[in-house]
Design a binder for this molecule. Structure first.
Ligand code: ADP
Length: 257
């Protein structure tokens, strides 16, 4: 309203500049709002385990300590929520390091295949424990421009999610292929799939398609946000396709020759 009338009265040259400034102000406001949202969400997520630990400790001190069975129950509760706090703070720190450019990216040519095979070995036991077939579809070598630690973190987060959300008897596959100037890596699962309306927001911090389930399974709601920011910091992109047959999370990175 007021802004448009003001801008309309300016000379074309000045108008361009004023519009640029207005756009900067809008962008700054959006960043500011994102920061406020992050602090509010993070405080909310941190409060739950803190409250639980506090309550369990009070109950122990109030007498439960004398009853071995009760004592064990409340100590286990403290351990579980402390673990959750540790994971939340670790992921929040990672995210803020990536976003503020403090995660020193060492982008260079590297072969994804040995890194991926190593990871599959690491997750063989957890997958078997959940009766999941963990497989791969990889060429002999697949060279990308990436930071090894960031790439590993991306694949860990995607594989862990696939293992976490796919019911027993299913399959999780890590695949990779070169496509012209880029390489696409994907983690496909035969899980329940994700409702279409969640997909556009899935990579936002703390966004969960199924809040209760994600939290019960130890999720922080930050895994995919970390994947997105790490991919972007390496000049890459991320995406997801999901349907009744399962989900496919992918990351595209520049190929190395
Ligand atoms: P979380 O810690 O909750 O797993 P993420 O950021 O890693 O958080 O994932 C965000 C949400 O996306 C999850 O809460 C879950 O609802 C959904 N999600 C992620 N990966 C999968 C998957 N492989 N299958 C089904 N849902 C998934």
């Amino acid at each position: 309203g007021g802004r448009q009338t003001l801008v309309a009265h300016l000379t074309p040259l000045l108008r361009g500049e004023v519009l640029l400034i207005l756009r900067d102000v809008t962008r700054e406001r959006e960043a500011e709002r994102a920061r406020r949202d992050l602090v509010a969400n993070a405080s909310h997520e941190l409060r739950t385990p803190v409250t639980a630990i506090h309550g369990a400790a009070e109950t122990l001190l109030g007498g439960a300590l004398a009853e071995p069975e009760q004592a064990r129950h409340f100590v286990e509760m403290i351990a579980r929520h402390a673990d959750r706090l540790a994971r939340l703070t670790r992921d929040l720190l990672d995210l803020s390091r990536i976003e503020s450019g403090q995660w020193a990216m060492n982008v260079g040519p590297l072969d994804v295949v040995p890194l991926a095979r190593n990871l599959l070995d690491l997750y063989a036991a957890p997958a078997a424990e959940r009766r999941l077939a963990l497989g791969s579809a990889l060429p002999e070598a697949l060279r990308v421009q990436a930071d090894a630690r960031a790439l590993e973190q991306i694949l860990v987060n995607l594989v862990e999610n696939a293992i976490k959300y796919t019911p027993a008897g299913g399959a999780v596959t890590l695949s990779g292929a070169a496509e012209g100037p880029s390489v696409t890596l994907a983690v496909t699962d035969t899980g329940p799939g994700i409702d279409k309306h969640h997909l556009p927001r899935l990579f936002e911090r703390f966004y969960r398609a199924d809040a209760g389930r994600g939290r019960d399974q130890g999720g922080t709601g930050l895994g995919l946000a970390i994947v997105k920011h790490l991919a972007h910091a390496q000049g890459g992109a991320v995406g997801v396709e999901s349907g009744a047959g399962g989900s496919r999370f992918w990351v595209r990175l520049p190929a190395a020759d």
